[in-house]
Design a binder for this molecule. Sequence first.
Ligand code: NAD
Ligand code: ZN
Length: 360
Amino acid sequence: KKPEFKNFPMVPRVVFGKGSFNQLGDILMPKRKHSEAPFIFLVDDVFENTELAQRVPLIFNDQIIFISAEEEPKTDQVDALVSKIKSEYQDLPSGIVGIGGGTLLDLAKAVAILLTNKGGSSEYQGWDLVQKPSIFHVGIPTISGTGAEVSRTAVLLGPEKKLGINSDYTTFGQVLLDPDLTQGVSKEQWFYTGMDCYIHCIESLTGTYLNAFSQSYGEKALELCKEVYLGDISEEDSRDKLMMASWHGGMSIAYSQVGVAHAMSYGLGYLLGVKHGIGNCLVFQHLEEFYPEGVALFNKMKEKHGIKLPTGICSNLSEREFETMIFVAMNMVPLWENALGKNWRDTITPEKLESIYRKI
Ligand code: NAD
Ligand code: ZN
């Protein structure tokens, strides 16, 4: 039976600071089981042929696998990576290191779990379905906002659903936060992924699940987001602060929930492959009714940075396609309950959601 109070795992070790990536070799050394048990580095392919790739501390039979973050992680992609690693090595790896945004971090978490748990990754999408501890896994974000570096979930697009592997074994065993790694991110992507964090704060702080634990992290994250997107601070300061905002935003939702924008963004992601950050922005701009102050501030930040969100995303969809998105969104029961309380179905009807989707 579900316990009344969540007993959730936190990342046991974290390094913070610009240049801390240089310490990675030393951090991994004591975790090496023996010379035949490699570290596998899953690295966003934007870093292929860059200085960062050369700084990855490879020894023995370690391997870098470059992976595109063009599309969000999929269950069959995780399964293929696991088969590849199992076929290339006799021994299980000493660990998996994910280097990139939420896409690479979630892939690293899922691969680490599936190396020790049998079957396919889609069997573990849900809550607490993982039986055995994963292998050691390390998260190194290169873009800030999702909170994937602290969360106990790895969101995957499966054949039937977009859902996380939520388990105590999902959380990273080590995180390395080096704000310098986020330097190459484009302005648009910086905004979309950063707004994921901002939206985590708004949805957590205005939700019915709010408690002092979530509030303490959510308020700090929101304050940092305001400094980053509306304040007058240096770029270096801004990179440091957004990295910590992401962390606190993730901690805030660990003990509460997200809300309307996330529920509806999941629908967009499932049907159209719209990515999490931009999907949240596309929905959130039309949610004045639910988050009046949050949306007003969002518009201010969008204006200040000259961000133009795409339009017409849902203009040519069929009735069936709207139904699919609405079905996926309405299935996110805890998110709606957090946003609007137990009686959320009084406000949220298929017609209501369709009218919002039609604006996007
Ligand atoms: P991402 O990993 O999808 O990357 C976005 C883009 O930024 C990609 O093109 C990537 O190549 C690029 N990029 C990343 N770092 C860069 C750098 N330093 N320089 C240049 N380009 C860089 O982005 P994201 O928004 O961090 O992650 C989205 C994913 O995170 C989604 O799959 C979503 O489901 C997942 N997510 C997970 C959680 C969780 O708790 N596990 C929470 C929120 C979102
Ligand atoms: Zn999010």
